[in-house]
Every structure is written in structure tokens, then in C-alpha cells.
Design a protein around this ligand. Structure first.
Ligand code: NAD
Ligand code: LMR
Length: 333
């Protein structure tokens, strides 16, 4: 199982690479960045776990060498938000080109790899990867994922806080659907594995929803110029990558929310389009993972009228973000 991290020397890349090195199912780990990746690789290589670690820089075909033989490629390359950069969409100008170029490398060197996109804006960067793969004739919608796990992790944490017992956070599970930015992040609290206290009034539920949707802002503000979430994202990214690796190795029944192309499971994708009432090509929904990537896209299940309103509110921004990603590859600006 060869895992590759593109952007491995960054705030997310380093701790994510550490967690992947700690995963005994990973036998080879390639770290690529435009700076510092060889040092990070040598540092991690001393850890007594099976993975052989190597670091690569752009010269001498470094990207190609890193990607050769890759099974799973995780992409946290790109600039993060800071105060004054108010939305993830503001990152598009720089990150779209970075992701397009890295996707070109994957499409030409490791077209069968599972691609896990962390770089923001995820709602646009995932369509960018897909369009690049289409251009190279290697597009398989089952193999490209937008990582929305941090929203799921935040939902578990914040719900356990509302329940007054942080020890529950490991077992609290809340589906978070839609996309990965502000109002496109839709937590389905009515489906929480641990119901909210009946005493919680509507205003308090709204505060909880808002905190999950805008959790990223909380970190950007607290870091005060030093970037956005890195450690919690590394944890979330390693969780998701670990699930993909387990599914690829044959474990059945792993279901987790992720932002996917709805063509990856025609039946599930079509049913989901009907449920949301819009002809979108991408949506984050609970997805069953299998040996080939996406095995089944689940529907939203029974949602409340208030949750339906949140889904409706997400659709215009989501649709615009997706179109922007697609258009970028068709006609880069
Ligand atoms: P960072 O600046 O600390 O690290 C980014 C790394 O990417 C740097 O090491 C940089 O050298 C590298 N890089 C830049 N261009 C590259 C290229 N062409 N090829 C390879 N590497 C390249 O940023 P960060 O805090 O690690 O955040 C990275 C991205 O992840 C940002 O876009 C951020 O918004 C996003 N993010 C997403 C989520 C999510 O939930 N999906 C959560 C947090 C952050
Ligand atoms: C997050 O949710 O923390 C990330 O998408 C980073 C950000 O810009 O908020």
C-alpha cells in the first residue's frame, strides 16, 4: 500500500504524513512538496513502523517519482486562509492551478490511484481533479474524493460538548452532507447517533449548526495570521485515508461522508439528485467504500423540514463552486 502526500511539508502535510507513517497498513510513503520534503521524510523514516519513506522535490521528475506505483494520493498542497481572506473561495485563484498541475501528474503517472483532495476550496478543487482526469481519458468517478471528514469530526466534538460529556466524542456520529464551506456544510443532527438533549431549544440548536458550519473560521481567528486548521485536519485526513485503505484491502461496510461525483454510483447518485431536487454533479453524502473506491452513495435518509431548508440553502453556492472548478479546466484564466 503506497500512500503519497502532495504538499507534505506544510501545516497539514507534516502531521498527516506522521499519522500515515504510524498506520501499519501503509508499506510505502512518498512525500512531495516544493520545499523541505526530503527532511520531513528522513525525520519520519526513523519511526519504527513498516512504511518506507522517501521525500521528493520538483527537480529531476520528483513528482513523477513520488507518484509511481501510488495506491492512495492525499493532496493538502496550497495556501490556507488567514484573517482577511474571508472565504475558501478566495483561495481559488492560487490553489486551482496548484491542484490542476498535481492532478495532471497523477493522471499521467498513477491514474488508478485513489485521490483524496484536502486543498481548498474543496467544492471546486474536486471538480478540477475530475476534469483533468477526463482530459487525459482516465476519469473514474469512484476514485476521487473530497475530504470533508473535518466537518464530521467537528460535529462529533461539538455535539459531545452539548451533551456535556467529551468522552462521548469518539462514539458520537453525525452525518454531515453538502459541501465543505460555510452554508454548504449541512450537519444532519436529527440523525446523530446520540440524540440532542430534549431541553435544547431551537436557538441553541442553531448555534450548534452554525459552529459546525463555521468551525474553520474559529481556528483561522484563533491562529491570528498563522493559517487555518492543520492538526485537526491532519487527524481527519488520516482517519479518512485509513478508511479508504481498509476498504481497498477488502474490509466491508465502511460508510462515511465524502464529497464525490454522483456518477460514481449511478443509482445512488440519481436517487440523491432527486432527494435534493437539483441536478448537481457533486455532493457530500454518506458513501460506502469498497475495493474500487465508491461502492454506494447513500441518500440523506429521513431529514427534518429544517434540515431540508439547510440543504436548499446550500445548493446555489455549491452549484456555483462546482461550475467554477469545471470552467477553470475548460478555460484556465
Ligand atoms: P500550508 O501553507 O501550511 O502548507 C501547504 C503546503 O503546500 C506547503 O508546504 C507548500 O510548500 C505546498 N505547496 C504549494 N504549492 C505546491 C505544489 N505546487 N506542489 C506541492 N506542494 C505545494 O497550508 P495548510 O495549512 O497545510 O493548508 C493546505 C490546504 O488545505 C489549504 O488550501 C487549506 O485551505 C486546506 N484545508 C482543507 C481542509 C479541509 O477540511 N478539506 C481543512 C484545513 C485546510
Ligand atoms: C477548515 O474547515 O478548517 C478548513 O477548510 C480551513 C478553512 O479555511 O477554514
Amino acid at each position: 500500500m503506497k500512500a503519497v502526500v502532495l504538499g507534505a511539508a506544510g501545516g497539514i502535510g507534516q502531521p498527516l504524513s506522521l499519522l500515515l507513517k504510524a498506520n501499519p497498513a501503509v508499506t510505502e510513503l512518498a512525500l512531495y512538496d516544493i520545499v523541505n520534503s526530503p527532511g520531513v521524510a528522513v525525520d519520519l523514516s526513523h519511526i519504527a513502523t513498516p512504511a518506507k519513506v522517501q521525500g521528493f522535490l520538483p527537480p529531476d521528475d520528483g513528482l513523477k517519482k513520488a507518484l509511481t506505483g501510488a495506491n492512495v494520493v492525499v493532496i493538502p498542497a496550497g495556501i490556507p486562509r488567514k484573517p482577511g481572506v474571508s472565504s475558501r473561495d478566495d483561495l481559488f485563484k492560487i490553489n486551482a492551478g496548484i491542484v490542476r498541475d498535481l492532478a495532471t501528474g497523477i493522471a499521467t503517472t498513477a491514474p488508478k490511484a485513489f485521490v483524496l483532495v484536502i486543498s481548498n476550496p474543496v467544492n471546486s478543487t474536486v471538480p478540477i481533479v475530475a476534469e483533468v482526469f477526463k482530459k487525459h481519458g482516465v476519469f473514474d468517478p469512484k476514485r476521487i474524493f473530497g475530504v470533508t471528514t473535518l466537518d464530521v469530526v467537528r460535529a462529533s466534538t461539538f455535539v459531545s460538548e452539548v451533551l456535556g460529556d467529551r468522552s462521548l466524542s469518539l462514539s458520537v456520529s453525525v452525518p454531515v452532507v453538502g459541501g465543505h464551506s460555510g452554508v454548504t456544510i449541512v450537519p444532519l443532527l436529527s440523525q446523530s447517533s446520540h440524540p440532542l438533549p430534549a431541553s435544547l431549544d431551537a436557538a441553541a440548536v442553531d448555534v450548534l449548526i452554525n459552529r459546525i458550519q463555521f468551525g474553520g473560521d474559529e481556528v483561522v481567528k484563533a491562529k491570528d495570521g498563522a493559517g487555518s486548521a492543520t492538526l485537526s485536519m491532519a487527524y481527519a485526513g488520516a482517519e479518512f485515508a485509513g478508511k479508504v485503505i481498509r476498504a481497498v484491502n477488502g474490509e466491508k461496510g465502511i460508510v462515511t461522508p465524502t464529497f464525490v461525483n454522483l456518477a460514481s454510483d449511478r443509482t445512488g447518485g440519481d436517487a440523491l439528485r432527486k432527494e435534493i431536487g437539483k441536478d448537481l454533479d457533486y455532493f457530500s453524502a454518506p458513501v460506502e467504500l469498497g475495493v474500487d473506491g465508491v461502492a454506494k452513495i447513500h441518500g440523506l435518509g429521513k431529514i427534518t423540514p429544517a434540515e431540508k431548508a439547510l440543504v436548499d440553502a446550500a445548493l446555489p453556492e455549491l452549484s456555483a463552486n462546482i461550475e467554477k472548478g469545471v470552467a477553470f479546466v475548460e478555460a484556465p484564466k
